[in-house]
Design a protein around this ligand. Structure first.
Ligand code: FAD
Ligand code: NAD
Length: 479
């Protein structure tokens, strides 16, 4: 069907999260007339670019992790440096305000970048119809139609709801609600000991909450290298995070300010009462009302938008990127897809996303970061490998910093010595993993990494030593 078209573009991007806004900026840089339609409305009832990541995801969670980590350091660890402090207090409202100001600054920054790149930022819900036409449904007023030569769908994802724990954002919260508490709960229950459960659970545990995580699976963080997951579980338990595995929540009931949670594990039925319950059981793609059935856009068997390796959907000229397509739900994965798709539309060749080298980070303390294959994956593949390990307990810098938990683990091909995977648990693992990604992008061998000079004293020396340890020649540990 054809409609009266209000505006025509070279490219329309749907969604202004880290996938969509990056794609829009790259399209504009490449000379394309670009619009980006986004429906996000913030607490003030205003449009706010940046999607989940900037508004209620990566950035606000890291702001709270940083504040709570300072609190914990001062309360529990600063004494070791000979510094005495007493009467340490946290003003939670101020902490939340700081987080909100960071969000405001960054989302405003995207609006400024759109303006500078002459991108039309359109506020409203976008619905794809056939012939690459988009219906824009603004929060108020009449719908109108726009079209483009190419469309990039980047609608992102939302928290999965479970009907046994309906989110009311007062006592039963999703991740968004857990970022906005203005008082420290005495007790917090979390359904799901995944990335969000552990990060947000850490925030409130550091500030004094008793945090209980109920995880359905028997295996803790199965995507991690098994040994790293084991080390992490030990550390988290030591900190007081009460992680209960193989725990299946059967029902919840809210009575005024208390949420009662019933769950089963191998030992039988249990009940806990908590002030707040956070539901963190994964996220689902935002495909609700995204496209008219007549557009014939294909979804995959899990409800994600079906795409090929170049993020091309089944419809010519319609691409999809970010959380709404296969692959890990990570901001940087969507951003890379956004850049590549913009460049493919511009006719560039030889550009692609390297899906084998997507780094992952869990921003707990210690941080956990990894790229490439884990030991169990290598075993399952029947691959012959060598392993080099270096504990931060033997790192001068880690000891000087007062945080020497964890280790670096490097796997290299037994024959070629090419690095196959790097796993880090420890302070600043989030920053250290970048060196591993660069090395692996250039198909580096463990020997290459071992021959590169690392500044002393730095945490990065642990990577250097782990690379040496692959051939049993680490200097600062027994091989
Ligand atoms: P989103 O960021 O979800 O953006 C999609 C945008 O599209 C939204 O603004 C949405 O309103 C809009 N939209 C959807 N449908 C339509 C439509 N039909 N019309 C118009 N607009 C539409 N990832 C990391 O890599 N590192 C982290 O540290 C990290 N921390 C996180 C912490 C939390 C608490 C959460 C919840 C997530 C975190 N993530 C993290 C995941 C990260 O936020 C997502 O992977 C990322 O935001 C996905 O980007 P996206 O652009 O695909 O989608
Ligand atoms: P997740 O998949 O990491 O964890 C969800 C956990 O909930 C899993 O361990 C799962 O077994 C468990 N679970 C599912 N249903 C359950 C039930 N009924 N009862 C008990 N446990 C149940 O998902 P998440 O923590 O919600 O995070 C969503 C996405 O956001 C992730 O894919 C992640 O990549 C992304 N994210 C990334 C970061 C980061 O990069 N640092 C931070 C936060 C979120």
């Amino acid at each position: 069907m054809t409609h009266e078209i209000k505006y025509s573009y070279d490219v329309i991007v749907v969604g202004a999260g880290p996938a969509g806004y990056v794609a829009a900026i790259r399209c504009a840089q490449l000379g394309m007339k670009t619009a980006c339609v986004d429906r996000w409305i913030n607490e003030q009832g205003k449009s706010s670019l940046g999607g989940t990541c900037l508004n209620v995801g990566c950035i606000p969670s890291k702001a709270l992790l940083e504040s709570s980590e300072h609190f914990e350091q001062i309360e529990n660890h600063i004494h070791g440096h000979g510094i005495s402090v007493s009467d340490v207090k946290i003003d939670v409202k101020k902490m939340i305000k700081r987080k909100d100001q960071i969000v405001q600054k960054l989302t405003g920054g995207i609006a400024a970048l759109f303006k500078a790149n002459s991108i039309d930022a359109i506020h409203g819900h976008a619905k794809l119809h056939d012939n690459k036409q988009i219906e824009v449904i603004p929060p108020e007023g009449e719908s109108y139609w726009i079209d483009a030569e190419d469309i990039i769908l980047a609608p992102g994802s939302s928290p999965i709801d479970i009907n046994i724990a309906p989110v009311d954002e007062e006592r039963i919260l999703d991740s968004t609600g857990a970022l906005d508490l203005t008082e420290i709960p005495k007790t917090m229950g979390i359904i799901g000991a995944g990335v969000i459960g552990l990060e947000l659970g850490s925030v409130w545990r550091r500030l004094g909450s008793e945090v209980i995580l109920l995880e359905a699976q028997e295996c803790f963080l199965p995507m991690l290298d098994n040994q790293v997951a084991k080390d992490a579980l030990k550390q988290f338990k030591k900190q007081g995070l009460d992680i209960r595995l193989h725990a299946r929540v059967t029902s919840t009931e809210r009575k005024d300010k208390v949420v009662t949670v019933n769950y089963q594990d191998a030992k039988g039925d249990h009940q806990i009462d908590v002030d707040h319950l956070v539901v963190a059981v994964g996220r689902k793609p935002n495909t609700d009302n995204l496209f008219d059935p007549d557009s014939n856009l294909l979804l995959d068997e899990r409800g994600f938008i079906h795409v090929d390796d170049d993020c091309q959907t089944n419809l010519p000229g319609v691409y999809a990127i970010g959380d709404a397509v296969r692959g890990p739900m990570l901001a940087h994965k969507g951003s890379e897809e956004g850049v590549v798709v913009a460049e493919l539309i511009a006719g560039m060749t030889g550009v692609e996303v390297n899906y084998d080298l997507i780094p992952s980070v869990i921003y707990t303390s210690p941080e956990i970061a990894w790229v490439g294959k884990s030991e169990q994956a290598l075993k399952a593949m029947g691959k012959k490998y060598k392993v080099g390990r270096f504990p931060f307990a033997a790192s001068g810098r880690a000891l000087a910093m007062g945080d020497s938990t964890g280790q670096v683990k490097i796997f290299a091909d037994d024959e070629t010595d090419v690095i196959l995977g790097v796993h880090i648990i420890g302070h600043n693992a989030s920053e250290l993993i970048a060196e591993a990604v660069v090395a692996m992008e250039f198909s580096s061998s463990a020997e290459d990494l071992a021959r590169i000079m690392h500044a002393h004293p730095t945490l990065s020396e642990a990577l250097h030593e782990a690379a040496l340890a692959v051939d049993k020649r680490a200097i600062h540990i027994m091989n």
